[in-house]
Every structure is written in structure tokens, then in C-alpha cells.
Ligand binder design. Structure first.
Ligand SMILES: O=P(O)(O)OC[C@H]1O[C@@H](O)[C@H](O)[C@@H](O)[C@@H]1O
Length: 317
């Protein structure tokens, strides 16, 4: 078989010591059933992943573990997502950084593992290539199986479509009810944005909105929006949030838009230790702010055959 001509053939790269290294071109592409010039298979810290490369030079990397966007770089090569250097890239573990997919439960607001199971499940590249061959996008899919059913019995399918277009990263989560029984769920795209330094952050667009303060000090009380305090823990749920907010930081200017997700979460564990996740370095909190497009207050309810979609778009301004 002439591998280089095969539609199954694709270059194979490995993420190593902070850069992509070619692992040779003899490895057939096990993940992609169709040849799509803008997608490559790769390994990201040993996890199978796909990498999108747009004509403008921007790139995105998505692991099959969790359908997790672990990197989004502008055409100038500036990384826009934070990824903890202490992440354990192992089956069953959540990746600390990038964009975890939270489904079907937000945080501990239910009986499932925190933030649900989608972020620790293995997803697959969807079999049908995108109808628009010009679109620089990939869709990953998750369907229920025995282990998931033991936690959550419903017949569902999730898809995450990730696209690079017009200086933007577009992430769209779709959930389908494939069974007869109605189900409800919460969901979020738990985006860790690289900010350079926490001292540099200015978040605008939330004036006039209230939030539930989920820090220990806040005790889940409702409060009017106030500016973020650098180095202090922030854990806010803005119910019925605006569709668009702007983030200014040492890393640049980002416009965030969401649809289908009614709520927004702003999270940073702060610098005072007690609640810092163990897979973050001590000063890790200084380098990211999570702005999550979420559906928490009014869970989505799907009857048989119904479909819901929610998206978050990050645009470099
Ligand atoms: O450590 P995890 O499970 O990834 O969660 C991180 C944070 O996720 C945020 O969405 C929550 O609002 C926080 O309360 C939580 O601490």
C-alpha cells in the first residue's frame, strides 16, 4: 500500500519539551477516517489528539480525552489558553487548563462526580467530515456506554465542534436525546484563559449584573458585580449573564461571546492556598482566569429526539 497517497495517511507529531516533533510519517492515521488537509493526528503528552491548522497560521489542539481543547495559538504563535504544567495526562484524570467540557452536571450540584463525566471520557473524531471542506473545524463525539450508563442512565450523544475562523476559536457543544425518556442536564465550557499576569486583568461587560459568590467567604450569597481583586479567590456564577464580555490582560485583548449558555462562571482559586487544586503550581493562579460559558441555573431539558446546542467564541481583538 502506498501510504503517502492513502486518504488514511496523515503526518504524526508528538508534543515534547514544549515543541512539536515529527515522529515520522510512517504512522497511519488511526483517528481520522477521511483526509482533511487542515487536521493532523498527534500525541499531546502521550494522549491521542487532533491538531487544526488554519490558513492564517492559527492552530488548535484537542485531545480525545475529554474532547479537551488544550491549545489555541494565534497566527503570531501566541498561546491563548492556560495549561497547568502539573497536569496529570492520564485516563480518568481531568486536565487542568485548556477547555474542559463540563457535562451533565456543574460542579457538585448533583450526585455525579464533580463537573460530570464528559471531561474524563474518551471521545472519538466524528466519522462524517464537515460538509464544508473549507471550514477549519473538527467534531468529536461522545456516546453513552456501560460505564456511563451506570452513572447516568439516559440515551444521549454529545458533540463538540471546534473551529478556527476569522481570528476566533469557536467551540460548539451539542447534546441529543437518543432515547424515549426526558432528561435534564447542566453543562459548561470551562475555559482557562492565559492572562500573562493576574495583576494585568480587566474584565468588562458585567456591570449591572449580579452573581452568586461561591467562595467560602461569599457563602453562596447574591451580590452586585464588582471588579476582580488580583490574588483573591474568585468563584462567581452570573445567572442570565450577558452574551458578550471583554478581557484585557498582559496576554492581549479577547472578546468572548456565548449563545445557548445562559450563565457565566468566573473562577480563579487565588493565592492564599487553602483551595488551590493540587495539580496547579503554587503560582499557577497568577497565569489564568477561567471564564466559563455555562448552563447551571436553568438546566436544559430534552424530550425524546430533541437537540440542544451552546457555543462559546473567543476572538482576539
Ligand atoms: O477542580 P475542578 O473540579 O476542575 O473545579 C475547578 C473549579 O471549577 C469552577 O467552575 C467552579 O466554579 C469552582 O468551584 C471549582 O473549584
Amino acid at each position: 500500500m502506498e501510504k503517502t497517497q492513502s486518504p488514511l495517511h496523515c503526518r504524526w507529531h508528538e508534543w515534547n519539551d514544549g515543541q512539536w516533533k515529527s515522529a515520522g510519517d510512517a504512522e497511519p492515521n488511526a483517528l481520522l477516517k477521511y483526509f482533511m488537509p487542515h487536521i493532523e493526528s498527534c500525541l499531546f503528552h502521550g494522549l491521542p489528539a487532533v491538531r487544526l491548522s488554519a490558513p492564517d497560521g492559527s492552530t488548535a489542539t484537542i485531545t480525545l480525552h475529554g474532547a479537551h481543547v488544550v491549545s489555541w495559538k494565534t497566527p503570531q504563535g501566541v498561546e491563548q489558553l492556560y495549561l497547568s504544567p502539573n497536569t496529570r495526562f492520564e485516563p480518568g484524570q481531568a486536565i487542568r487548563g485548556g477547555v474542559p467540557v463540563v457535562f451533565p452536571q456543574f460542579n457538585t450540584r448533583g450526585v455525579l462526580p464533580r463537573h460530570g463525566f464528559a471531561r474524563t471520557c474518551r471521545w472519538a473524531v466524528a466519522e462524517e467530515p464537515n460538509a464544508d471542506e473549507q471550514a477549519c473545524s473538527v467534531t468529536l463525539a461522545l456516546q453513552s456506554h456501560k460505564v456511563i450508563k451506570s452513572l447516568w442512565p439516559y440515551a444521549f450523544a454529545c458533540e463538540l465542534t471546534v473551529a478556527l475562523q476569522d481570528s476566533s476559536l469557536v467551540m460548539k457543544l451539542t447534546v441529543r436525546n437518543l432515547g424515549q425518556e426526558r432528561f435534564g442536564f447542566q453543562a459548561a465550557l470551562h475555559t482557562y484563559l492565559a492572562i500573562g499576569s493576574i495583576d494585568s486583568v480587566q474584565l468588562t461587560g458585567l456591570d449591572g449584573y449580579t452573581f452568586e459568590d461561591c467562595t467560602e467567604a461569599g457563602g453562596n450569597t447574591l451580590q452586585p458585580h464588582t471588579a476582580l481583586q488580583a490574588h483573591a479567590a474568585v468563584d462567581r456564577i452570573y445567572f442570565d449573564a450577558p452574551d458578550s464580555v471583554q478581557l484585557q490582560s498582559a496576554n492581549g485583548h479577547l472578546q468572548l461571546q456565548q449563545s445557548g449558555f445562559n450563565d457565566s462562571v468566573v473562577w480563579n482559586p487565588g493565592g492564599f492556598g487553602a483551595n488551590a487544586p493540587p495539580d496547579l503550581p503554587q503560582d499557577g493562579y497568577k497565569h489564568f482566569l477561567c471564564i466559563e460559558a455555562a448552563r447551571i441555573g436553568k438546566p436544559v431539558v430534552l424530550d425524546a429526539a430533541e437537540v440542544w446546542s451552546g457555543s462559546q467564541t473567543l476572538r482576539v481583538a
